[in-house]
Design a protein around this ligand. Structure first.
Ligand SMILES: Cc1ncc(C[n+]2csc(CCOP(=O)(O)OP(=O)(O)O)c2C)c(N)n1
Length: 351
């Protein structure tokens, strides 16, 4: 009997904007100048939030916080491609997604200060509470996509997670179901090279994470996650495909976590400074800035104004978050189960 190749795999990687701010015109998505400015300002705002959250945590005003420094293009670029009706299932490191969707910054600060009411999305913002448990929201996102398909709606779901989540059972179960039923879901992995202290090469022996989709019968694609135009284009195309009945896509955003895992971690104990140094020139914000400068869309004055606007928004959000009346401890019970268990009732009585 002859030996035949019955399947083969091709994984694409998309890059559009290089470090010098030059673009590949053939791949460049059509974006008006106003969109480009908006993307830049969302990056600035996300970074301002991040910096402030880190300082507030150090002052004891937030509990703990997972920085997004270096990952802003993966987050803002992908979120910018969403339509208002689309649903987002975030993990704990998606502040840039929340900000790009217009989630009130005061609610994010309140959440990281330990107030669960911060995860109650305002009406019309289709964004689920963040999942601290790694990957457990992937099947939830797939379930939502199943409901959308069942109802015949023209809506897509975006599920965000890290490289570590791709080793979880939830990931494989979710991917399997999404593939079998061709569900309208886009899986967005920010491969930031580390799952706390586990490096990417110890996470999986696969050459790319994108190729994991292949086994489930749908497309996996890798994108330069520090290139906002590439992330935007790949996500926009995948979301359109999902809404048009073309089924799921898995996007691996190849990026880097510049900060510690969270404010409770010390990354110097497991990774070399020279690795972090290597990624500094790939900064997503600096790259967009170089592009805009060449196009005459960026000046020092514009930067100063954008940063001042971001500072005002963040100052205001901190004030609002800290002025919120303290939550009622009874809420712990009210929002956990539809009907409290006998143990919960006992605990409730002890409050
Ligand atoms: C189910 C579960 N197991 C373990 C943890 C502890 N934990 C928190 S973050 C993390 C690593 C996550 O890495 P990755 O998915 O790559 O996301 P990143 O933090 O890099 O954004 C782990 C193991 C958890 N939160 N949930």
């Amino acid at each position: 009997m002859p030996e035949k190749t019955i399947e083969s795999i091709n994984i694409k990687r998309i890059e559009i904007l290089d470090q010098a701010g030059e673009t590949d015109e053939a791949l460049m998505p059509s974006l008006a100048e106003a969109d480009i400015r908006c993307l830049y300002e969302l990056l600035v705002l996300s970074r301002a939030f991040d910096q402030r959250a880190l300082s507030l945590q150090r002052e004891g005003r937030l509990g703990t916080y997972a920085s997004i420094l270096g990952q802003e293009a993966s987050q803002v670029g992908s979120a910018y491609a969403l339509e208002q009706q689309d649903w987002v299932f975030p993990s704990f490191r998606e502040t840039g997604v929340h900000i790009a969707r217009g989630y009130p910054a005061e609610l994010l600060f309140a959440y990281w200060a330990g107030d669960e009411r911060g995860m109650q999305a305002p009406e019309g913002l289709n964004i689920f509470p963040i999942s601290i448990a790694v990957g457990t929201h992937i099947p939830h996102a797939v379930g939502a996509a199943m409901a959308i398909k069942y109802r015949g709606e023209k809506t897509a779901v975006a599920a965000y997670f890290g490289d570590g989540a791709t080793s979880k059972g939830d990931f494989h179960e979710g991917f399997n179901m999404a593939g079998v039923y061709r569900l309208p879901v886009v899986f967005i992995c920010q491969n930031n090279q580390w799952a706390i202290s586990i490096p990417r090469e110890r996470q999986s022996a696969a050459r790319t994470l994108a190729q994991k989709a292949f086994a489930y019968g749908f497309e996996g694609i890798q994108v330069d996650g520090n290139d906002i135009f590439a992330v935007y284009k790949v996500t926009r195309d995948a979301l359109r495909k999902a809404r048009d009945g073309g089924g799921p896509t898995f996007i691996e955003c190849h990026t880097y976590r510049m900060a510690h895992h969270t404010t409770a971690d010390d990354s110097t104990r497991y990774r070399h400074d020279r690795e972090v140094e290597l990624w500094k020139p790939r900064d997503p914000l600096a790259r967009l800035q170089s592009f805009m400068e060449k196009k005459g869309l960026w000046t020092e004055q514009y930067r100063a104004e954008a940063e001042a606007r971001a500072r005002t928004i963040i100052d205001d959000a901190v004030k609002k978050a800290e002025a919120m009346p303290r939550p009622d401890p009874g809420d712990m019970f009210t929002y956990t189960y539809a009907a409290p268990s006998s143990r919960q009732r006992r605990q409730q009585g002890a409050l």
